[in-house]
Structure formats: C-alpha cells, structure tokens
Design a protein around this ligand. Structure first.
Ligand SMILES: [Zn+2]
Length: 339
C-alpha cells in the first residue's frame, strides 16, 4: 500500500524526497501518430484546438500508462504569440518557427498587450483546464513550453542570437531579458490554469550551440530568474551532451533537470548535481524508444533506474512515429524493476 498519488509521487521525486517507486512519465513532447489515430485527435489540428490537445494528452496517460499528462506538443506557442511566424507542420512533424520579428534591430521591441489572450496561449490554458476536469486532482499535469533562451533566439533568429552573443552583448542581454519576462508570465498562467509542473525545453541553451562560459555568464542568470518567479515545481530540459554545463544547470533553481542519453550513465551526472537538483531521463527517444525493440527499451530504462535516475522518462521529445507498445515498455520496465 502506498500513500502516494501519481501527483504527490512525481512532486516528491522532483523535490528529492523519498518515494516508494520512481515515477515514469514524459516531461518532453508526448504526441504519437498511433494515439492520434486511436483517439481521433491528430496534429496539426491538436496544436490549435483545446479539446483535441487535451484528448491526445490524456490518451498518453490512459493508454500508454505514463504517470502524468503533458500539453502542448511543440515549442512555438509563446514564440507565435510574440510575433514569430509558424509552420504548423504535419501529422508527424512538429510546428517550427519560420520568421522572426526582430532579426536585426530591437528598437520596436514590445510585449503584446494581452499576451495571455494572444495566439494559441488561450488554447493551451483551456486544454490544461479540460485535462484537470477529466483526470481529477491526483494525476499531475505538466505544462510544457519553450525556455527563455530558445524563445529569445526565435524572436531574433538563431543567427542573430549567436552573433549578438559575441559582438553585441547589450542586444543579447536585452532580448534574453525580454524573453524571460514573457516566459514567466506564460508559465504562471499555466500554473493558474492547473499545471503542477512547468517543463521548459531550451534546446538553444545546449553546449552544441552556446559555450559553457556563455551559459554561465548570460543564460544561467535568466534561467534562475525564471525558476525563482514561476509558482510551481520546474524542470529544465536541454538537448545534447550537457555534461560541460551540468554544474551550471544545477545552479539554475529548477527542481528537475531533463537530460538525454548523450550524457552517458546517469550516475556520474547524479554525483555532479548532488542535492541541488534531480535528474530526469534518459531513455533515448530517437535510438531506443522509436526503433525498439522492447527488450532494449526495458534494458535501458532499468539501467537508468539502477544509475539512480529520479524520474524515468524519454531523454527528449518522443518521436511521433514511436509505437505505443514501446512507450508501454518503458512503463513496464519501471514496474518490473520494483516487482
Ligand atoms: Zn531535447
């Protein structure tokens, strides 16, 4: 017998408290084509329709067994509301940013007047309310969003972002602060709508794009500001091999750090974090969850549990063509580990 609900277990695990078993969920995108067909809630429509968005998210909890419900399925909701143009993608391809409002100058930088009523923000907030009504109080809801660093680069283009980071530090800091401010407003609106955890994916903060020295000097203070000002438990996901910035990520104030398999065995990462943050991951989304087979998924999941992972999860967004059976296998691996 356990006194934990799925929600209290996930929140306790993310805070570093003792739990009866490690929770298994996805803090990154969860939409897969097989479920879109099963429940008749497909991309790209499910990115812009609160009912469909909620329906697909709930399917991953009910049919895959993941112990949380997560919305939405892209990293473009806030970017779009702030002026980016978006290609909405297809049934198996996520939306992406195609045009940037501030590629050259920040002279016209302005926050939308009714940010929370702009673009698809109301859709996500409504989807969270629908999910809460349908799953009740004991199932955790994870509100996903682009992180402040990725949002900043979307607003000015990755090219300008990289250039400014070296040649125009004033503009670089200005766009970072602007994006951080908006990200905080949106995150808190998701919390108010019912999200228990805010999970930001910040791929542009990866050492693949930004140096560890830049991370420490420019990105860490913004991420700290974000986590300090968001009224919930927070998770920071950064793609790639983040070993060179893990020590700085641990100082950003997020309860959970979501990492890929590229960091290697989770044990060394856990030692770097100490009691500063909990580790979420790191079953490979593209190389294990997508292709399988089930035995390999289970082995990798159990290896992560053995290494002391705090929340068992895919290392990055779930690939849309991932079979339902493979996600179930990750959940089964956790159950078998405790059997
Ligand atoms: Zn990732």
């Amino acid at each position: 017998m356990s006194d934990f609900t799925m929600k209290t277990r996930l929140l306790a695990a993310l805070k570093g408290e003792t739990v009866d078993k490690i929770p298994v969920c996805s803090v990154t995108q969860t939409g897969i084509v097989e479920l879109m067909d099963k429940v008749d809630a497909a991309w790209p429509e499910a990115h812009s329709d609160a009912e469909l968005m909620a329906k697909l998210a709930i399917a991953n909890y009910e049919l895959s067994g993941l112990e949380a419900v997560r919305v939405p399925y892209c990293l473009t909701v806030l970017a779009e509301a702030m002026g980016c143009e978006i290609n909405m993608g297809t049934k198996n391809r996520q939306p992406s940013v195609t045009e940037h409002p501030y590629p050259k100058s920040l002279d016209d930088l302005a926050m939308p007047e009714n940010l929370l009523e702009t673009g698809r923000l109301p859709v996500v907030l409504e989807a969270i309310r629908i999910v809460r009504e349908k799953v009740g109080q004991d199932v955790p809801i994870i509100g996903g969003m682009e992180g402040p660093i990725t949002l900043a680069s979307d607003l000015c283009s990755v090219k300008s972002f990289m250039k400014w980071s070296i040649k125009k530090p004033d503009m670089f800091e200005q766009i970072l602060d602007f994006a951080t401010e908006a990200a905080i407003v949106y995150a808190n609106a998701m919390v108010k709508a019912g999200a228990d955890v805010i999970s930001v994916a910040d791929p542009v903060a990866s050492p693949d794009l930004m140096s560890p020295a830049s991370f420490k000097e420019y990105l860490q203070p913004r991420l700290q500001k974000f986590s300090e000002n968001v009224n919930s438990v927070t998770i920071l996901h950064i793609c790639g091999n983040v070993n060179s910035i893990l020590n700085y990520m641990a100082e950003c104030g997020f309860e959970g750090l979501s990492v890929e398999e590229k960091i290697g065995n989770a044990k060394a990462a856990k030692e770097i974090l100490g009691d500063r943050a909990r580790l979420v991951g790191n079953v490979s989304s593209p190389f294990t969850l997508l292709p399988g087979p089930v035995d390999k998924i289970k082995a990798e999941a159990k290896e992560a549990l053995e290494a002391g992972i705090d929340v068992l999860a895919p290392g990055c967004g779930i690939a849309p063509m991932t079979p339902l059976e493979n996600i179930k296998a990750m959940v089964e691996a956790r159950n078998e580990y405790y059997a």
